[in-house]
Write a protein that binds this ligand. Structure first.
Ligand SMILES: [Fe+2]
Ligand SMILES: [Fe+2]
Ligand SMILES: [Zn+2]
Length: 502
């Protein structure tokens, strides 16, 4: 007689007890990475997937999300939504998001598959499997979004090639290559702790609410549907982190080292989020500084890390530096982008009077004193000159070496380390520390000046460089004087948009 199983049992029979001890080969041959990192696991059976979902439930929830998402997007596309945002410069910020985030989503899917394959604990397998599919869903949703944008805006027509070669893309790609070349437990912490638990809220929530505020319902829906998967990803991260700490005291210093490393690595990668929150939207619901205070200082440092104290875990090594830098982060990052705007796929823009006002009121301690007067002297550009050369980039995070020392804001924060007879430059004490912890690894990082000398950009730079990057000089530069701006204004005229709402 058929027995009706409780959902708890159903979950158990569908996802647990499916593994066996290898008989033909020993455990270490089948799982060669498991001891590589010095992690000790006494009782794998104690590990739990916090969400306890089966495939059926997963598919049902995801398909509901997808159908809501597509109906919003279809309506947006059919009603000329892109022309109705409050200011076309918003789309330069969305391009920045495209360049930075989509490669990260795709690589997160590879990483989750790698973790599930290499950690022989069946309880977390379904969670890593589901997350791998989620990340692929995010990557594909975002690519579709960019394909739609590309009908009206520059820069995304050869997306795959840009993705491959664009200098700015090396920032997220180096993060994920670093994680993919680490062992599976470190990779799990890199993604689930730093990327998911610490920073995805700050990535998706302020940006999705900015999207709603400026009238881009398409992106708001994209942000929302992507973020809706994140609670599962964060829960996986938290349960894995706690299990590693509870299983064996010898794991604690190893985990602490990973938290130190990946906190700073993710924090630096997310620098671009500070400008897409503070600069690109014309209407901003929240500043980077406030978002950092809520999502990082309150939730992570004063919340999570307080809980972790009982295991002997302290705050990430360079947490304090990131707190100090919140007053400068978006301004310094905007200046970096402006410095290279002639060769970047998303444009920067001349600041408008309301930008000065908003930035001064959100950053009363720093904006007027260190940035506004400077911008005004440059004709409202964050930087008047564009750099004619190839940028020197940080040997760890790969961002041009132009961050500001928060203790002495008129000076740069660039650091120097000697290794193997050479001097290596990093953008900050946080990246310097990472370089010096694993110099053999970071020595291999791609360096644009070397790529130029070796002919990677072609013989006729800058024209060959644009071919290599897969966009043209007209697609770079300043937004308000660009052809994207002109087309946007013309499109609004054709649909009679301004008149209808006057
Ligand atoms: Fe994602
Ligand atoms: Fe995620
Ligand atoms: Zn760096």
């Amino acid at each position: 007689m058929a027995v009706k199983l409780s959902s708890k049992d159903q979950y158990k029979y569908l996802t647990r007890d499916l593994m066996w001890e290898p008989k033909d080969f020993d455990m270490k041959t089948v799982y060669p990475l498991i001891e590589k990192e010095g992690i000790h696991i006494k009782d794998p059976k104690k590990w739990e997937d916090p969400f306890r979902m089966t495939y059926n439930q997963y598919v049902k929830i995801q398909s509901e999300k997808d159908s809501i998402y597509h109906s919003v997007v279809n309506a947006f596309e059919a009603n000329h939504g892109h022309a109705k945002v409050v200011d076309s410069r918003w789309y330069e910020g969305v391009k920045a998001f495209a360049v930075a985030v989509q490669p990260a989503e795709y690589q997160a899917h590879r990483l989750m598959a790698y973790i599930g394959r290499n950690i022989p604990i069946e309880a977390i397998r379904f969670a890593t499997f589901a997350q791998a599919i989620d990340e692929l869903r995010h990557a594909q949703i975002e690519i579709k979004h960019y394909a739609h944008m590309s009908k009206y805006y520059d820069g995304l027509h050869s997306y795959a090639k840009t993705n491959e070669n664009h200098w700015f893309n090396t920032v997220p790609k180096s993060f994920f290559e670093d994680a993919l070349s680490a062992g599976p437990f470190e990779a799990l912490m890199a993604i689930s702790f730093s990327f998911e638990y610490c920073f995805t809220n700050i990535l998706f929530l302020p940006f999705a609410s900015s999207a709603a505020a400026v009238g881009d319902e398409h992106f708001a829906a994209t942000g929302k549907t992507v973020q809706s998967d994140e609670s599962r990803h964060m829960a996986l991260g938290m349960s894995a982190l706690k299990m590693l700490l509870e299983e064996d005291d010898r794991n604690v210093p190893i985990v602490q080292k990973w938290l130190d490393k990946w906190y700073w690595r993710a924090y630096r990668m997310f620098s671009v989020v500070s400008v897409i929150v503070d600069y690109y939207p014309r209407i901003r619901p929240i500043s980077w500084k406030k978002a950092f205070e809520i999502y990082i200082e309150d939730q992570v440092f004063n919340g999570l890390f307080k809980d972790l104290r009982k295991y002997g875990i302290r705050l990430p090594l360079h947490a304090e530096d990131s707190i100090k830098e919140k007053e400068h982060y978006s301004h310094a990052t905007m200046r970096i982008l402006d410095h290279y705007k002639h060769a970047n796929v998303f444009r920067t823009f001349k600041l408008q009077p309301d930008d000065y006002e908003w930035l001064a009121s959100e950053y009363p301690n720093t904006f007027d004193q260190y940035y506004a007067s400077y911008y005004k002297r440059q004709g409202d550009h964050a930087l008047a000159v564009t750099s004619p050369g190839i940028p020197s980039v940080c040997k760890v995070c790969q961002i041009p070496l132009e961050f500001v020392n928060p203790d002495k804001p008129t000076q740069q924060w660039t650091q120097y380390s000697e290794y193997n007879g050479d001097i290596h430059m990093t953008c900050s004490p946080g990246c310097k520390h990472l370089f010096e912890s694993e110099p053999q690894k970071y020595m291999q990082m791609w360096w644009p000046a070397e790529a130029y000398v070796s002919g990677e950009f072609g013989e006729n730079v800058p024209m060959d460089l644009f071919k290599y990057l897969a966009f043209s000089p007209e697609e770079a530069g300043e937004h308000y004087s660009s052809r994207d701006r002109l087309r946007w204004l013309q499109y609004r005229q054709v649909i009679n948009f301004d008149k209808r709402f006057k």
